[in-house]
Ligand binder design. Structure first.
Ligand code: 15L
Length: 270
């Protein structure tokens, strides 16, 4: 292991899924927090000739990628619903391989990209309040199921091996909210970087789950566990509410986008 720059801040962070939407944002914003990033993706990372281009099932490449790493931000995987065999290979087996390689290399912490779709079939509270982090898992898709697996694998590796994880149940990561659901579920790029930084440095006992959204006035999820890590979101989808509601109107209560946390994902495969 290389020496860390500060005792509470990992110096070298392996970023899987570095070429994806969130990976691209973090490659741009995380270095300002003092991290050195090592990018890993199955596709070439634009503008980064030094990035590792490999599949998670390439054990040799993965072991080499872990060398000297203090923490991993694990974003790699299929980001939505897909046939079960594809989800099994990319998200379930891939995440298992990532965890086992991190354990073998003595990595201290993983920030694991989970998703709101791990609890997507949970009905929104009738009073419009937020859903707590300890609500039971209720996946809405094979994709959501793979995120439940990732959270449970993190729990096992924390208990069995002392490998810390923060699983982030990310809402809707976009430059600006699109659609009325995102008034509750939006995570802005700046807040995404603030959240990942908090997850890399905040106090963790084993495995912690936190929702990943901005400081949305109409938030669907409780941010207390994220705030306990030190996350201080600065953006609010409400800034876009007047424009979006004028264009689209409020969602009717029987619309699945409004009734269930997972929105339209709950209608997949019906
Ligand atoms: C996710 O987990 C997906 O990766 C993303 O594409 C969005 O659908 C998001 O959830 C969401 O719920 O808006």
């Amino acid at each position: 292991m290389e020496t860390r720059q500060k005792p509470d801040q990992p110096a070298l962070v392996l970023l899987t899924g570095a070429a994806g939407r969130i990976g691209t944002c973090l490659r741009e914003l995380l270095p300002a927090y003092g991290y050195r990033l090592r990018s890993f993706d199955r596709l070439p990372v634009p503008g980064e000739p030094g990035a590792i281009t490999a599949e998670l099932r390439d054990a040799e490449a993965l072991a080499a990628a872990m060398e000297g790493v203090d923490a991993v931000v694990h974003l790699a995987g299929i980001p939505g619903e897909a046939p079960f065999a594809d989800i099994l290979a990319a998200n379930i087996d891939g995440t298992y391989r990532l965890y086992d390689a991190a354990r073998a290399a003595g990595v201290r912490r993983i920030v694991n990209a989970s998703s709101n779709h791990a609890v997507g079939f949970t009905e929104r509270p009738a009073d419009g309040g937020t859903v707590p982090v300890d609500t039971p898992q209720r996946p809405d898709t094979y994709y959501g199921l793979s995120k439940c697996f990732g959270e449970n694998l993190a729990s096992l590796y924390a208990d069995r091996h002392g490998l810390e994880t923060v699983s982030l149940r990310i809402g809707s990561f976009t430059p600006a909210p699109r659609g009325v659901r995102m008034l509750g579920t939006w995570l802005s790029p700046g807040d995404c970087a603030r959240l990942v930084h908090a997850a890399l440095t905040g106090p963790v006992d084993g495995h912690t789950v936190a929702y990943g959204i901005s400081a949305n006035t109409r938030a669907w999820w409780d941010l207390s566990s994220a705030r306990a890590l030190g996350y201080q979101p600065l953006d609010d989808a409400e800034d876009y509410a007047a424009e979006l509601l004028a264009e689209l109107g409020e969602l009717p209560a029987d619309d699945p986008e409004f009734r269930y946390l997972g929105g339209r994902f709950t209608q997949t495969g019906r």
